[in-house]
Design a protein around this ligand. Structure first.
Ligand SMILES: NC(=O)c1ccc[n+]([C@@H]2O[C@H](COP(=O)([O-])OP(=O)(O)OC[C@H]3O[C@@H](n4cnc5c(N)ncnc54)[C@H](OP(=O)(O)O)[C@@H]3O)[C@@H](O)[C@H]2O)c1
Length: 301
């Protein structure tokens, strides 16, 4: 029996499916349960260490995806770091043999970016837990019902102009969630403690990525560079219009500083451009709402 956080959310869904294909039975910790999956469903209540410990009893490997993309309301990076530490302690106390954890490229307790600093602290808590671990560090995930690429396409389908912050020469290197799931399941079968970047075979400039999306979906939007200093205000304003957070100031700055790229060997095989081409008919036809997915009370079903 393995445990996966968020088997009905984004990367957790791919990880749980990949483990099932390998013949593993899956327990999931989540606050977005769904009936009929065949998974053993438990709450992801990070304020209940005893409940977490009970939920993790009998689990061999915990696959942890838990994190928050940005602070919102009472949920902050600080609460996410503490919640992650609680989860790791509960796993250690429950006798979990191994933890495979999703971090981010360039996670660092000394990073100038709060997201990356928080992820660095979570990695440190994992190492202190005493449980052997595999840490995977993706830059950007794609595939499935992901938000980022979809919402860029959604904007391009509707707007005559698409703005590119700072000219878009910074690079992004995504990994498909199925490749991430395979990498994590492979690491789950090892005994040593390792940290690897989770990156696909393709590193693209952001400008080339936008151009490929534009051409693939047949959009006539015009790509217009704007100064990097102005761009976060533009994405903030767009976010207000759709009542969501499209891209935070920090996400943009980190990407523009090159943190969404990596020189590491590829640990995935699916090319982002191929995936975009393959999904050109559906990409961006509906908006994917980040805040509704993660911060508003769940709806039944
Ligand atoms: N998405 C990317 O492009 C990207 C890039 C680099 C690194 N990563 C890392 O990959 C991991 C997984 O990301 P993902 O996009 O696949 O996440 P996700 O599936 O949407 O969520 C992962 C888990 O975190 C929980 N969660 C997310 N937001 C939450 C919130 N606001 N409050 C409480 N719980 C919350 C989810 O709870 P529920 O089960 O209740 O839904 C789920 O169990 C994260 O550690 C992230 O830092 C992602």
């Amino acid at each position: 029996m393995d445990a996966v956080t968020g088997a009905f959310s984004y990367s957790g869904a791919a990880i749980a499916a990949g483990l099932t294909v390998r013949g593993r039975s899956v327990r999931t910790l989540t606050n977005h349960p769904r009936a009929g999956s065949g998974y053993d469903i438990r709450p992801l209540d990070l304020g209940d260490p005893a409940g977490l410990r009970k939920s993790l009893e009998g689990v061999e490997c915990l696959y942890n995806t838990y994190w928050v993309r940005f602070p919102h309301g009472d949920v902050t990076f600080e609460t996410a770091v503490e919640g992650s530490a609680t989860l790791f302690r509960a796993a250690a106390e429950a006798g979990v043999r191994r933890i495979v954890h999703v971090s981010i490229t360039a996670a660092d307790v000394n990073s100038p970016y709060a997201y990356f600093r928080g992820k660095g602290r979570v990695e440190a808590h994992l190492k202190e837990s005493g449980v052997p671990y595999g840490i995977v560090r993706p830059a950007i995930l794609f595939g499935g019902d992901g938000v980022l690429i979809n919402n860029i396409a959604w904007l391009m389908r509707r707007s005559p102009v698409t703005l590119i912050g700072g000219g878009g020469r910074y690079r992004v290197r995504g990994i498909h969630i199925d490749d991430l799931a395979t990498l994590m399941a492979d690491l789950g079968e090892r005994d040593d403690s390792v940290t690897v970047d989770a990156v696909g075979p393709e590193s693209l400039t952001f400008a080339d990525l936008l151009e490929h999306i534009r051409a693939s979906i047949g959009s006539h939007t015009r790509l217009l560079p704007v100064p990097g200093s102005v761009f976060p205000a533009v994405t903030w304003l767009l976010g207000r219009l759709v009542r969501d957070t499209l891209l935070t100031r920090e996400e943009y700055r980190a990407m523009a500083a090159g943190l969404a790229d990596s020189d590491a060997p590829a640990t995935g095989t699916i090319r982002l451009t191929d995936w975009i081409t393959e999904h050109r008919d559906t990409l961006g036809t509906a908006y994917a709402h980040e805040i509704r997915r993660h911060f508003l009370p769940q709806r039944a079903g």
